[in-house]
Design a protein around this ligand. Sequence first.
Ligand code: ADP
Length: 261
Amino acid sequence: MTLDIRDLSFSYRAGFLNNRLCPVLKGLNLELDSGEIGILLGKNGAGKTTLLKNILGIEKPDSGSVLIDGTDVLKMRRADRAKLISYVPQIIDFGDLTVYDTVMTGRISYMGLSPSRSDREAVEKILNDMALSDLADRSVEKLSGGERQKIAIARALVQDPKLLIFDEPTANLDISNEALVDTEMVRAARERGVAVMASLHDLNQAMVIGDRFFFLSNGHVVRHGGKEIISEELIEEVYGVSVKIMETGNTKFILRKEIQR
Ligand code: ADP
């Protein structure tokens, strides 16, 4: 699977008559392949969430397109799009469902009037793969933030998607829960061959899990590539803050040098 974003422009509409355009994405290009983890980076307000919404078909571009293996996502039937692309929200409110039933809601685009044997098998397999079987009958509300986020990932993966979208998936989690979620993102890419696209604000977390990095600024991807593109100059240019980069093994650590004056 290839995600191919071509010349994508998007504006929000504001004002009394919805006639004032606020351009956010201005002819943006991006490509991501199966099995890769792509990380969207850029200052708050750069347009990361807006781009993810355009990929999901929640927002419609003014011009340009989001193609999956050459097919425009907006031309797909909603159920077909849901099978290809899954979204893991940052804050999840499952209500009072059990873990099993919550994950089953991920099968809705496959289901007839009620879950079939193959739906039940798919749910059981994913719970087993993600070591969640012991929690199957527990209420999601009673679980920790990290466990809940894992269940959101299980619900997304049970759709058997080709592309998994995360918007700041660990923004509310402590370091151990962040590690749980990161592990599942990496497993989805490496073991299932899913393309993962995530927006992150933590550059060091991005370095640990990312394969491809896309820096958004002024409505464009201003730089993209593997870890080799990450430099003190680039971070300074995109975020306007001086940093020191330390390299150990395969990882780069980004340290902020000083407070803003
Ligand atoms: P990021 O995810 O990088 O922080 P967003 O995509 O959330 O950025 O926002 C990009 C820009 O679009 C910001 O200037 C934000 O204020 C604006 N914006 C976001 N949502 C809306 C909306 N629903 N209506 C109008 N402007 C919006």
